[in-house]
Design a protein around this ligand. Structure first.
Ligand code: IVH
Length: 670
């Protein structure tokens, strides 16, 4: 038997060598030595052997290029005209100079301007055919962006169908954004899920629009303001009227706008909006001034980067000067060490600021910020103000550099740096802050939803009753909580009852509640749905996890490493003994005419977006995959197909045209 396995191993190695060499000759050198037919035979033999002996598949096998490839991403969209940026002005003088250039360019004495709030978000473009949203995209580099139609469709400010007889072909542009409160709520969810927080609404918006799963996008609080119209079929003479049209068609148009007849009016409006800025629920960083007369836009033209008919008149960043009282190091639930500066309280943008973020130890060292220093803090749209600069010349004599901790400020464990990651981490599983944090997460609403078990109570149970992990919660002795300060018989009864009720929540919430790094609720649901039970999950390897649609290498590794820990296995044992449900109904096997078939789409299809094609396949029970493998049933080749076509040809996968695909869809029924 051993001899037999050795023989297979040798053959596999030989096949891999050959395939690698021919891949190189074909793809890199462009000088194939064998025919495609001969290559196919080698490749298929390799796939066949590996399928028979999955335990012998190595990560560097040429077949793994295909199977493990990450989701490919979005189709490209060309922008015509390009989506330009704006030149900036920071002071009245600069605005006056721009106004002079405009008037000179137009040979006019004066020009009226439309002033609009400059939203701090992410630029988007929306295309409508006969009033129906056909495509939405990101700005990208201005010339080419990503087709994110499915994501943009989730935003309620983006009408799917327009009101009031719109032009046949219409493109509108604007800004996707998040409110500050929306971001705070999103960050609360992310914190509970142990995911990194977004520093400001713009980052959160950009990060969300790039997601490949529109269902997750739909859960995030995105909005959009639209401000720009491109069409040849309507006579719109001014920007002010363009905005009115947008509103009538059904778009959201920012109300902070005004047509100003001269610069004095512009400056007055600027001051008004700047004063109101802190009260707006979303961030703006200035005004955009636009020549109202649209015919004048054509006359003035653009530079390579920005239109000459518009300028961004930026607000000054909100900034204040104060002193640092101390620098404190805190430990997060996931073990991240974060420096925070305690400040002499100072008024900034309507609130009193007492603390400023310093991000990570690297930043502290780079700024060389010390207790006693005079610093400038800014709140440039970010949630927590941060220290922009240190007034080194005001530094008190004898001040010492801030020591970077070597040990966890809570448990004293030596801190570690991790390959390729900024920051320092406490990797002690028993570190009290982390353990208390995990208990709080377990009780949270998205996890086991244990009423009464918030962070504070979690800390009390940890400190006073020796509850060390979620498993211990189910073995708390009756009577012990009632004796604690601040509790009584009734509160104990309620808390124990909600702990008892939590036993039936199921595997998704258990996985989420355990605080596995990089595993939020959605990912937990995917994993639970795939494996159905904690036993099956714990027996699985990285490969099986990576094979779940929507789960990548980082998450797969995180999960495997997490369950490899003795502490985690111990928790699972306790949960089992307590009778906590560690199962979940598995996702139903798809049914339909295409059940068991896998489709890969390449290139653009004339009749639908790639997302729509994927959904059409899935609606018929088929599987839509991103990369071609020997298991692919059909490759649908649209216009400008990519390298997948060659791969499919090589593997002998059946290739169908967009037209044939349409016919197949019709035949399979709705
Ligand atoms: S007009 C050619 N109007 O600011 C038209 N832009 O810093 C250029 N922005 O790329 C855009 N609010 O993403 C315009 N009311 C507004 C805007 C706005 C925000 C963004 C836009 C632009 C960026 C330039």
């Amino acid at each position: 038997m051993a001899e037999h396995v050795d023989k297979i191993k040798t053959e596999l190695e030989r096949l891999r060598e050959q395939v690698r060499r021919h891949d190189y000759l074909y793809y890199v050198k462009g000088e194939p030595e064998i025919s495609d037919y001969e290559y196919d035979r080698l490749y298929r033999r390799l796939v066949e052997l590996e399928e028979k002996h999955p335990e012998l598949v190595t990560p560097d096998s040429p077949t793994q290029r295909v199977g493990g490839a990450p989701a490919e991403g979005f189709a490209e969209v060309r922008h015509e005209p390009p989506m330009l940026s704006l030149d900036n002005a920071y002071a009245e003088d600069e605005v006056r100079e721009w106004d002079e250039r405009v008037r000179k360019g137009l040979g006019a004495d004066g020009a009226a301007y439309v002033c609009e709030a400059k939203i701090d978000g992410v630029a988007i473009a929306l295309e409508y055919d006969d009033g129906v949203l056909a495509r939405g995209s990101t700005r990208g580099d201005g010339f080419t962006g990503d087709d994110i139609t499915a994501n943009l469709k989730t935003i309620h400010d983006v009408p799917l169908r327009l009101n009031e007889a719109p032009p046949g072909r219409l493109e509108v542009r604007g800004e996707a954004y998040m409110t500050r409160e929306g971001l705070a709520e999103l960050n609360r969810r992310r914190e509970a899920a142990g995911q990194p927080l977004f520093a400001n609404p713009r980052n959160a918006t950009a990060g969300t629009l790039k997601l490949l799963d529109p269902r997750e996008v739909a859960r995030r609080p995105l909005h959009a303001w639209l401000y720009y119209v491109i069409t040849e079929e309507a006579d719109i003479p001014t920007q002010a009227e363009a905005l009115e049209h947008l509103a009538r068609w059904g778009f959201s148009v920012n109300p902070n706008r005004r047509r100003c007849a001269d610069l004095d009016e512009v400056f007055r409006f600027y001051r008004e909006v700047e004063a109101a800025r802190a009260d707006l629920p979303y961030n703006i960083d200035g005004l955009v001034l636009k020549v109202d007369d649209l015919a004048a836009h054509g006359e003035l033209g653009t530079t390579a980067k920005a239109p000459r008919w518009a300028i961004a008149y930026k607000f000054k960043a909100e900034r204040a000067t104060t002193t640092v009282n101390s620098i404190e190091w805190s430990v997060g639930r996931a073990g991240t060490i974060t420096p925070v500066a305690n400040l002499e309280p100072v008024l900034l943008g309507g609130t009193t600021v007492k603390r400023a973020g310093l991000f990570n130890p690297e930043r502290v060292a780079e700024l060389d910020v010390r207790a006693g220093d005079t610093v400038n803090v800014e709140k440039a749209g970010d949630i927590i103000p941060y220290i922009v600069e240190v007034e080194y010349h005001l530094r008190p004599k004898g001040s010492k550099p801030t020591p970077i901790p070597q040990k966890c400020p809570v448990c004293g464990t030596p801190l570690v740096k991790e390959e390729g990651v900024v920051g320092l981490f406490c990797r002690n599983w028993d570190c009290p802050v982390q353990a208390r944090g995990r208990l709080g997460l377990w009780g949270s609403r998205g996890a086991m939803d244990i009423e009464g078990l918030g962070e504070k109570v979690a800390a009390v149970l940890y400190d006073k009753l020796g509850v060390r992990d979620p498993g211990d919660l189910y073995f708390i002795k009756p009577g012990s909580i009632a004796r604690l300060e601040g509790f009584g018989e009734l509160s104990e009864k309620n808390l124990l009852a909600s702990i008892e009720r939590s036993k039936g929540r199921g595997l998704t919430r258990v996985l989420f509640g355990l605080g596995i790094p990089n595993v939020g609720f959605e990912t937990a649901a995917l994993i639970a749905g795939h494996f159905g039970s904690s036993d099956r999950l714990m027996a699985a390897g990285k490969e099986e996890l990576e094979g779940i649609k929507g789960i990548g290498k980082v998450v797969a590794r995180s999960v495997v490493e997490f369950f490899a820990r003795a502490e985690v296995r111990e928790i699972i044992n306790k949960l089992k003994r307590a009778g906590v449900k560690l199962e979940e109904e598995r996702l139903a096997e798809p049914t339909g005419p295409w059940a068991g078939l896998t489709f890969v789409i390449t290139g653009t299809l004339p009749s639908m977006s790639r997302e729509e094609a994927h959904r059409a396949v899935e609606a018929r029970g088929g599987k839509a995959a991103e990369s071609v493998s020997a298991k692919t049933s059909y490759l649908v080749a649209g216009e400008k197909p990519g390298s997948k076509l060659a791969k499919a040809e090589k593997l002998g996968v059946k290739i169908v045209s967009a037209k044939e695909f349409d016919k197949m869809l019709k035949k399979a029924g709705p």
